[in-house]
Each structure stands twice: as C-alpha cells, then as structure tokens.
Design a protein around this ligand. Structure first.
Ligand code: GLA
Length: 389
C-alpha cells in the first residue's frame, strides 16, 4: 500500500471511529540500516534509508478539553493521554512513544491541544525496522501540523530519541529517529552521529535493490542486552583513554589490549571496524561498486555475530543462505540490520533477481528454521511528511 492509499485508509478509519473527517494527517517512515550498526551511540557513522512503510496518524481537535484520545485502527485498541498538565509515562505500553514526544514538545514550551487521533502502522513491529521511531516522529510531525508551527527536523529527531530513552526505556542512539525525520527519496543518509552532519548518498540505480528479509523472530531492545553493549563501549573508550570509540583506531585498540577484558576488546573491535566499513561502503555506493559494498555488508555481519554478539541463529541462517546464492544468483551482500537478536536482514541484490531470490530464501529459511520469513524490497523513501493540513 502506498502512502496515499494508507492515508485514505486511516482517514476512513478515523471517520468510522469518531464520526467525522480528520483535519490533519501526518506520517513518518521506518528505516533499514544498510551499514553502520551499533556505531551511533559511539559517535560514529551510519548509513540508513527510510523505507516505504509508515506510522500514520489522522487527527482533529477534540470536543472535550485536556486529553488526547488515541485509537489504534489495526489492533482496535484505545487509550487516552492527559495533556492538561505535564504528560507523564502511562499505560498502555505503546502509548509511551507518543507520550514521550508530547512531553518533549511541552518541555520546549509548546501547548499540546486536545485531540482525537486514529493511527496505524505498516512498519513491522519488533522487526528491527524502527517501528517505534516511526511512531515517535509521526507524533512530532502531527504536532507541527496541528499547531501550524515548524520545528527543525533535527530537533524533532532529538525529541523522539529522548522519548525512546526516557519513556520507553531504550538507551538508543540517534540513527532511527534521524532517518525517519530526514530521509530523502532515492537516497541513503550518511550521518555523522558526532557532528550530526548528514550527506545524502544517491541510491537510484534501478538495476540494484535492497531486499529486507524479516526472520519473524521478534526482538526487544529494552531487554538489557542493548544497554549492556553500550556500557561495554563506554568502558572500552574510558580504558583506551579516548572520548568515544569514534576516536579510537585499530592501533590504539591493539596498544591498549591488555587493559581490556577479552569481551570488551571484541566489542570495541566491532565498533572501530564498523565505522571504517561504513565510510568505505558509502564510497562504494557512490561509485556503484556493488560487489565491494556487498563484501562490507558481509564483513559487518560477521563482526556483529562474532565480536558484538547481537546476531541470532535465524539472522545467521539468512546470511548463510544469501552467501550460498551469491553474486551469480543476484546477491552482492547481506547482513543483519538494526539492534539485533532477531528482526531483519538487509540484502543488496540485482533487481531482476528479486523473484528468484525471494523464492529461494523463503524455502531454505523455512527448511532451516521452521519459520516463514517475510521478504519485501523498498526504494529509499522520503522522511516524515504532513499529508493533510
Ligand atoms: C537500534 C537503536 C539505534 C542503533 C541500532 C544499532 O535500532 O535504536 O539507535 O543503535 O539499534 O545500530
């Protein structure tokens, strides 16, 4: 379903639920990270793109003051958020993504109006494609539409990240919210997570595509593993005497090896290598050097699997199948994407081989794991947008 169709659908659901048309519609995309994993909170580089899957919200002013009514059109669930004072954490759990963003706008002096809202999402939940960032950034974009005020997209991303940190309890970096707010059609975004400078990297060769393979094994980043990795990176930086792992090199790491535990050494080795791979891969994409980009993607996966230990059996199975298909079968490279422990792989493929690759991965993955994968491709999509209002 494209964005216009999705907007029509959410508008119809709004009408059915609230008995009138919505006045505003805003949407924000999920993302897939092509390379640069677990580098964002180390001040490193990431290379994500927005995908044409969205969280979308339709709204109108509410008749009753002081609260935002929420209706999830997919799960047919309702919730309400008290906006008469400072917005706080609350139930249900998913409402915290929205609550956190509202609180962020309040902290910047915005008054949150009472609203009736219907929303849905086509970003798979818990699939490592940033369904939560999409919901957060679409909430921020809806606030802009409703109030008629604009906010710098970088500020919007930072509010959304803080919502994820403080209200959802995930100490995430800046990547997901940034790409959801700033994505550009037919481009990847090379983001320097230290300076927050961005560079758009064109990705519009119709002969190559990015294929997203959802293992359908769900992940939960609030489970503690993510926070543990982050703490290990901070420890490594401290022991190596650098501000963050962005400032370390392979030589610095080697020299400081005996100060680090074996595990912390491997965590640091992943981050330092991954930051380099990301820059090389971005160059490769600019030069349409697909086999090279693919090699960096595989190297990224092995490092995430062996050094960073955030992969899982199912993600590894997909990558092994992809390797078996190889360039001959149309795959340049494949890796897990996002936080890990389940979720999706991303593969760089020849567009005309998508059908045969999809069939082969589906069958082999099912045979290896007993699970049905969900596979789809996406062109790089635009970031958050107001569709009506
Ligand atoms: C999650 C986080 C991001 C990033 C990735 C790993 O998606 O939300 O900030 O750290 O994991 O690269």
């Amino acid at each position: 379903m494209n964005l216009q169709e999705l907007a029509a659908q959410v508008a119809a659901e709004f009408q059915k639920h609230y008995g009138r048309e919505p006045r505003w519609i805003a949407a924000a995309p999920g993302r897939v990270n092509v390379i640069g994993e677990h580098t964002d909170y180390n001040d490193g580089f990431v290379l994500p793109m927005a995908i044409d899957r969205y969280a979308i919200m339709a709204a109108d002013l509410a008749s009753a003051p002081g609260k935002i009514s929420l209706y999830d059109t997919h799960f047919k669930e309702s919730a309400a958020i008290d906006v008469s004072g400072p917005v706080t954490k609350g139930a249900p759990k998913w409402s915290n993504y929205i609550r956190g963003v509202l609180a962020g706008f309040q902290n910047r002096g915005w008054k949150i109006p009472a609203l009736d809202v219907a929303f849905t999402s086509t970003v798979p939940l818990g699939g490592g494609l940033s369904s939560s960032a999409a919901l957060e950034v679409s909430t921020g974009t809806l606030m802009e539409a409703v109030t008629g005020k604009k906010i710098d997209p970088v500020e919007k991303a930072l509010i959304a990240q803080k919502a994820e940190n403080d209200f959802a309890g995930v100490p995430c970096g800046i990547m997901d919210q940034f790409i959801s707010a700033l994505g550009r059609e037919n481009h990847l975004l090379l983001l320097d997570c230290r300076s927050r400078q961005t560079e758009l990297v064109p990705m519009n060769d119709p002969a190559v595509s990015l294929l997203i393979i959802n293992t359908n094994v769900k992940h939960e980043l609030s489970g503690g593993e993510y926070a543990e990795r982050r703490a290990q990176c901070e420890e490594a930086a401290r022991l190596l005497g650098v501000k963050s792992l962005r400032d370390a090199t392979a030589e610095i790491l080697e020299r400081g090896k005996n100060k680090l535990s074996e595990v912390v050494f491997r965590r640091a080795r992943h981050v330092i290598g991954e930051i380099e791979r990301t820059l090389h891969a971005a160059e490769g994409i600019k030069n349409s050097n697909w086999p090279t980009v693919g090699q960096f993607m595989y190297a990224s996966h092995y490092s995430l699997r062996d050094d960073y230990e955030v992969s899982c059996r199912e993600l590894d199975a997909v990558v092994e199948i992809a390797e078996g298909i190889g360039i001959k079968g149309g795959i340049f490279g494949c890796r897990m994407t996002g936080g890990g422990f389940g979720g999706c792989c991303v593969a760089l493929v020849k567009t005309d081989a998508i059908d045969s690759i999809t069939k082969r991965i589906s069958a082999d993955y099912k045979a290896k794991t007993g699970i049905e994968a969900t596979i789809f491709s996406s062109r790089p999509a635009a970031g958050a947008t107001v569709i009506k209002g």
